[in-house]
Design a protein around this ligand. Structure first.
Ligand code: SAH
Ligand code: DHB
Ligand code: MG
Length: 221
């Protein structure tokens, strides 16, 4: 699994599709460049993944979006652009430095008036939020995903879409003996979510610029 090299076709297809489908976007490019310059880890969603969560979010006609895990605001920009006029996005970030980089990136993208960045441990911040949120993107520390998803369901309404990043992790979720803390967190999350009658959901495996991983996509019923 993790020992296998990514197939070069994965990134090639991402590059090809991005050229055809994503118009030149100075704000998104600057967000990546400034995140790199500030030495943030290079773990934002890829352009094609950003366009994917944007499309899913847009389909919910969102007036309120919640994101857990802001980093430099790259996914935040994609999601904020999916908001209906007058809509709001709240994003939670533990690291002050990440939030500062994100604030500049989001403002430069022209969506700053719609985006509230709250700094702190998401577990501590979530109880202070009031929903309902129409779309929720969970992409923070992986061991806490079960708790974030519980909060997501609570802060949603029937029809809310909840997307969780990094559930597959090179296939490690299917390894019962995995010691990877992230994969263990995702196994615990999926075990609980699979027994949760409030949602119906899927795990979609992905390959591409970010190698082999995947999303969980859940809808609150
Ligand atoms: N969604 C971003 C990437 C997020 S990376 C994008 O695709 O562009 C994960 C982020 O979660 C990091 O910035 C990390 O600092 C943050 N994080 C980690 N633990 C957290 C916690 N307990 N509460 C809030 N944010 C956390
Ligand atoms: C990691 C975190 C992410 O959110 C991601 O998309 C990729 C990698 C990480 O912590 O390694
Ligand atoms: Mg991620």
């Amino acid at each position: 699994m993790a020992d296998k090299k990514p197939d070069p076709r994965w990134a090639a297809v991402d590059d090809y599709a991005e050229r055809l489908l994503v118009r030149p976007d100075p704000a998104l490019n600057a967000a990546v460049a400034d995140s790199d310059a500030a030495k943030l880890p290079p773990i934002a969603v890829s352009p094609m993944q950003g366009a994917f969560i944007h499309a899913l979010a847009r389909a919910t006609k969102p007036r309120a979006i919640l994101e857990i895990g802001t980093l430099g605001g790259y996914s935040t920009i994609w999601l904020a652009r999916a908001l209906e006029p007058g809509g709001r996005l709240v994003t939670l970030e533990y690291e002050r430095k990440h939030a500062d980089v994100a604030r500049k990136n989001v403002d430069r993208a022209g969506v700053g008036d719609r985006v509230e960045i709250r700094v702190g441990n998401a577990i501590g911040l979530l109880p202070s939020l009031s929903g309902p949120f129409d779309f929720i993107f969970i992409d923070a520390d992986k061991p806490s995903t079960t708790e974030y998803f519980q909060w997501g369901v609570k802060l949603g309404r029937p029809g809310t879409l909840i997307v969780v990043d990094n559930v597959v992790r090179d296939g490690a979720i299917a390894d019962e003996k995995t010691k990877d803390e992230g994969a263990l967190g995702m196994r615990r999350f999926l075990d609980a979510a699979g027994r949760d009658r409030r949602v119906t959901m899927s795990v979609i495996q992905t390959v591409g610029a970010k190698s082999y991983d995947g999303f969980a996509v859940a809808v609150v019923v």
